[in-house]
Design a protein around this ligand. Structure first.
Ligand code: CTP
Length: 424
């Protein structure tokens, strides 16, 4: 274990040493499990810690969090706890347990179990290894051949019912296979295909499905992930109407480029949900009603649904207008301002036309940040009665300002006065 831990950042080594001490003091054997041993052996950099404890995970977490002076979230129902250390670091602590799934995709019935049972309940051999945190025996516990599978680049389930018990593992299998460029062990592949064919994914709770899909879209190459999903059985579990074509995957590729462009040119710009842009691209041939249905089915939040709907506003007319060399800054502003940020990045991905791309870049770089020197208060002082008229006047003044027709507050006020008389 020492050789693997050698190159870890100092704060992780400190955490592991402290967990070892707590294990000794509380007399509860503890182990690093899940993705941490896997990524440590692979040399990847995923520092979220997953600790499982023989004894009482919550008690162990309480002692550790006191020592660290950290926030602790208890999940009493599952006998687990999470320590939040800072925005980068999370430690999940659980008690070793066994799980029985009464039916396909149901919540498992959990009871205390040995370390072996705890490792056996997991998804794949590469995720079923443990590093012991006991003093003197800091070794890798690898009962199911995870290390050999890591070396051979294989995704292998631990038992035949794994995908039936928890069909989200179908998506997880694809995610890990694509992320590490691994292969499916032949029997695992046939179990996976069988599970897709049997419609097990349809039985998954919508919120869990949403979370798994988001994780797929957050991987480095979402296009490859969805392509593989399609190759192994399709995305009809999201919607029967969803039929990704070559154009969808081409769109994914140009989204990759646009996101990279955006991050480079606007490093301090507001946050946006990259996964949602890919997801909206996947839905791009669907009607508004179909999109709304999917958003509800997957339990997307209102905010996420709004973004998906905003992406639907992108149509041929929209694209044609933005390709027009004679469109004014004011018109570009009026077109793009109502769109969500995700929709604007998706829009820039749909065409290679340089004029079109420049118009969107101008909006993001210049027009979007421009503010008028007048406001509703000025209109009120002019005697304009509050109502929708305010927005109409201010929009027209802004358009004139964007088009370079006004250069100061006096000119803005003069135009507003004129508009107040003419606009009803
Ligand atoms: N696990 C499982 N079945 C699932 C989800 C999780 O068996 N459906 C187990 C696996 O052992 C996994 C561990 O719980 O390694 C932790 O899960 P999670 O944090 O979701 O995944 P990681 O393996 O850490 O993957 P990632 O690198 O994507 O975070």
């Amino acid at each position: 274990m020492k050789k693997y831990l050698k190159n870890l950042p100092r704060e992780i080594k400190f955490l592991i040493d402290l967990a070892k001490k707590v294990s000794k003091e509380t007399d509860m054997p503890a182990y690093l499990v899940g993705g941490f041993p896997r990524d440590l052996i692979l040399g990847a950099k995923d520092w979220d810690l997953d600790i499982t404890v023989e004894g009482n995970g919550i008690k162990f977490a309480e002692v550790l969090s006191k020592r660290l002076n950290s926030r602790l979230i208890r999940h009493e129902r599952f006998g687990t706890a999470t320590l939040i250390l800072d925005h980068r670091l999370k430690v999940d602590i659980a008690t070793t347990r066994k799980e029985i799934y009464p039916s396909c995709a149901s919540l498992p019935v959990v009871s205390p179990g040995s370390l072996k049972e705890d490792l056996f309940r997991r998804d794949f051999t590469i995720n079923a290894m443990a590093f012991s945190l006991s003093e003197g025996s800091q070794k890798l516990i690898d009962i199911f051949g995870g290390k050999d599978d890591l070396a051979a680049g294989k995704i292998r389930v631990l038992h035949d019912l794994s995908f039936k018990d928890d069909p989200t593992r179908i998506l997880r299998a694809i995610r890990f296979q694509q992320r590490y460029n691994f292969k499916f062990e032949p029997k695992t592949l046939s179990l996976l295909k069988e599970a897709v064919k049997s419609g097990f994914l349809e039985k998954v709770n919508p919120h869990r499905m949403r979370d798994e899909l988001i994780l797929m879209f957050k991987e480095k190459d979402p296009s490859a992930q969805i392509k593989q999903l399609c190759a192994l059985g399709g995305v009809s579990f999201i919607s029967d109407e969803l039929k990704p074509a070559k154009a969808t995957f081409d769109l994914f590729k140009s989204i990759n480029k646009e996101i990279a462009w955006f991050m480079q040119d606007f490093p301090f710009h507001k946050q946006f949900e990259a996964w949602l842009i890919y997801f909206a691209a996947l839905l791009s041939r669907l009607t508004l009603t179909q999109r709304k249905k999917i958003a509800r089915k997957l339990g997307l939040s209102k905010k996420e649904e709004k973004k998906i709907i905003s992406c639907h506003k992108i149509n041929q007319n929209f694209i044609r207008r933005l390709k027009n060399k004679r469109i004014t800054p004011g018109q570009i502003f009026a077109l793009l301002k109502p769109l969500e940020f995700e929709a604007i990045i998706l829009l820039r991905s749909v065409s290679r036309d340089s004029v079109f791309k420049k118009h969107i870049a101008d909006f993001l770089k210049v027009y979007n940040d421009l503010r008028l020197s007048i406001s509703g208060d000025d209109l009120f002082r002019m005697g304009v009665l509050p109502g929708p008229k305010y927005q109409k006047i201010l929009n027209r003044v802004l358009a004139a300002r964007l088009n370079g027709k006004l250069s100061n507050r006096q000119e803005e006020l003069a135009l507003a006065r004129k508009l107040a008389k003419n606009i009803t």
